[in-house]
Design a protein around this ligand. Structure first.
Ligand code: GDP
Length: 300
């Protein structure tokens, strides 16, 4: 992830850094290259435009160009703008889940089929139970995909997290109610609801999610999207965020060779922070998403 972007930006900035003096034309020429690099990384066009405009405006400032190290100053401006683009400094804190309520805290997981939603549910449950010593219950509300509920139960066994017993034929909203009761009665700190995915965003999926959110009143509604799908991931996130009050996004397959567009466009296009990144198939392969660290990695 980000490798080719990082390489291209590295080339642009090495040239800038090496110069003693910079004129406005030098900055503009560098920004043209930055623009191409971002577009090649599959960042959404309006996001690229805003970014380049913002950086250019800050970088052609008199003080920057006339400073002793103009190249380095420009790189710092780009770094800061990248951090903002990735969700800002507060993105680090936003990575924390909102669990400060009378238990159980409800986390609802939504997303398309194949995005990694069920795996991510188990990864987060493992993290909460091991790192934060939370007593977690997981429940699968996916009655469409055969064996989805069994898949979550198997993952629960692997991460030593309880799953709601399966009742054949029960519908999602009823499963959610039963899960909520079980979590309250049995003193769970966190209840994770793994909702059904579909192959495409459709109205039936949205209605089902809204109904589940109504009965469970989640503190967190996390959308799981596959970073390998690039701009599609951002479009999916946009559709979901227009229909349900998402609190954040989990980008999966960040270990793959995605060009970075999804991560870089997500905040600007959806207004939602990326809270976690999935970085592998193993059940501990998930990391909080820190904009400043990611920006640092892109700029090398
Ligand atoms: P769902 O249909 O959205 O619930 O998707 P699953 O959770 O069943 O995941 C589909 C496949 O993606 C599984 O083989 C997972 O192991 C894999 N997967 C999920 N997250 C990641 C990730 O961050 N990196 C990689 N490499 N694979 C992932």
């Amino acid at each position: 992830m980000f490798e080719s972007l990082s390489e291209r930006l590295g080339g642009v900035f090495d040239r800038l850094r090496g110069r003693g003096a910079l004129g406005e034309a030098d900055v503009r020429a560098a920004m043209r290259e930055v623009r191409i690099a971002l577009l090649e990384a599959d960042v959404a066009l309006p996001v690229v435009r805003d970014f380049v405009e913002k950086v250019t405006e800050r970088a052609v400032g008199h003080q920057v160009i006339k400073s002793v190290t103009p190249g380095q100053q420009v790189v710092k401006i780009v770094n800061d703008a990248l951090v903002e683009m990735l969700g800002g400094e507060e993105g680090g804190a936003a990575a924390e889940l909102e669990l400060g309520v009378t238990p159980p805290a409800i986390i609802m997981m939504v997303g398309l089929q194949g995005s990694g939603k069920t795996t991510t549910t188990a990864k987060l449950a493992k993290r909460l139970s091991e790192k934060e010593r939370k007593k977690v219950l997981m429940a699968s509300l996916d009655v469409n995909r055969p064996a989805a509920q069994e898949q979550l139960a198997t993952l629960g066994g692997q991460v030593s997290v309880a799953t709601l017993p399966i009742v054949a034929g029960q519908q999602p909203v009823d499963i959610a109610r039963r899960a909520l009761n079980a979590a309250k009665l049995q003193g769970f700190d966190v209840l994770m609801l793994d909702t059904a995915g579909r192959l495409h965003v459709d109205q039936a999926l949205m209605e089902e999610m809204k109904a589940v959110a109504d009965v469970s009143q989640p503190q967190e509604i996390l959308l799981v999207v596959d970073s390998l799908t690039g701009q599609d991931a951002v479009n999916v996130a946009k559709s979901f965020s227009e229909q349900v009050p998402l609190t954040g996004v989990v980008l999966t397959r960040m270990d793959g060779d995605a060009r970075g567009g999804a991560a870089l466009s997500m905040r600007a296009v959806t207004g939602k922070p990326i809270k976690f990144a999935g970085v592998g198939e193993k059940l501990d392969a998930i990391e909080p998403f820190h904009p400043s660290r990611v920006a640092g990695r892109i700029l090398g």
